[in-house]
Design a protein around this ligand. Structure first.
Ligand SMILES: [Zn+2]
Length: 320
């Protein structure tokens, strides 16, 4: 079942309910070695460079506003959903039904009068989960009642199933970010299948049958054949349109200004909840409350990527 949790888990559901209670609050395990070794090997190199590597110097990073300009997100389909018993619900859908501001409602729609253009953005967090930063990100999102999208690495899911479960339990989307953060355009056949399938299985096992229907290729490295492969398997590939380069340890003030400057209705903002250069994600954690407050003051609502897709007006250049 794409994009759904498996209802009626029986005994497994009971166990999961127990796990929800036991592990739901936080996972305070040490950060995994995966990121540390990646950090040691890749610090300062464009070769790692989080998801920013392919965007650096490209039109994408330089002109996020032009991409976002075409995107309008219809919220009329947003459905309220109770917070209780998430393991029996469908794939995370809008828990709130944000309304377009009067000013926005007056603006022309981007898609033939289908709906008002809404000031909605999606926060996305890549490369987790981990036991240190991802729980801090989740704490902040919970405090502000913001739903986000986590593109998880299968190896990390295997190490931190409790944090994975918490992500789902608290109403966020999970997308597949490969098993071992490889450049998927260089893989074919079984190797490619494994990167996707093992992650799908790890997420389902950790999070009550949750089956991601989103993929973000590591480094944003995509090709026509990879897109065809993902589409054949009914995945959406999710790029981004605002990149404050948090993986690089960019100063908080600079990231805040980057987002303020580039955000548009429909933006997909790239952040990380793990990995990057030393202490980089500490900046992300410091930045997050500030940008949530900034964006709300500017009239923005927060949506998950699946909510954007459900609105049927996701920007084709970002969400394919
Ligand atoms: Zn990544």
């Amino acid at each position: 079942m794409k994009g759904t949790r498996t209802p009626g888990m029986g005994k497994c559901g009971v166990v999961l309910s127990f796990l929800l209670i036991v592990f739901g609050q936080a996972g305070c395990q040490p950060a995994g070695l995966w990121g540390s070794s990646e950090l040691a090997a890749g610090a300062g190199k464009a070769a790692w460079a989080g998801e920013a590597a392919p965007a650096a110097g490209s039109a994408r990073e330089g002109a996020p506003s032009s991409q976002d300009g075409a995107l309008s997100v219809k919220l009329a389909t947003a459905k309220a959903q109770p917070e209780t018993q998430p393991e029996t619900q469908q794939h995370p859908r809008p828990k709130t039904a944000p309304k377009p501001s009067p000013a926005e409602a007056e603006k022309p729609t981007g898609s033939a009068g289908k709906a008002e253009k809404s000031k909605v953005v999606a926060l996305t967090f890549d490369d987790g989960p981990d036991g240190k930063y991802t729980p801090q990100v989740l704490d902040i999102l919970k405090k502000y009642n913001v739903k986000a999208t986590f593109f998880v690495v299968g190896k990390q899911v295997e190490k931190y199933p409790d944090v994975t479960l918490r992500i789902v339990r608290e109403g966020h989307d999970i997308g597949n970010h490969s098993w071992s953060h490889q450049d998927l355009t260089k893989l074919t056949g079984q190797a490619l299948d494994d990167e996707i399938d093992r992650t799908q299985e790890a997420v389902a096992q950790a999070a009550g049958g949750y089956t991601p229907d989103l993929v973000r290729a590591p480094y944003g490295a995509i090709s026509d054949s990879l897109l065809d492969y993902l589409h054949d398997r009914k995945f959406h590939h999710v790029y981004w349109s605002v990149d404050p380069r948090d993986w690089a340890g960019t100063p908080v003030a600079a990231m805040r200004e980057n987002i303020r400057k580039h955000v548009r209705p429909g933006s997909v903002i790239l952040l990380h909840s793990f990995g990057g250069r030393k202490h980089a994600i500490e900046h992300t954690v410091e930045l997050l409350p500030q940008i949530i407050e900034d964006l709300r003051k500017a009239g923005y609502e927060f949506a998950t990527v699946d909510e954007m897709i459900d609105a049927e007006e996701a920007n084709a250049s970002v969400i394919k």
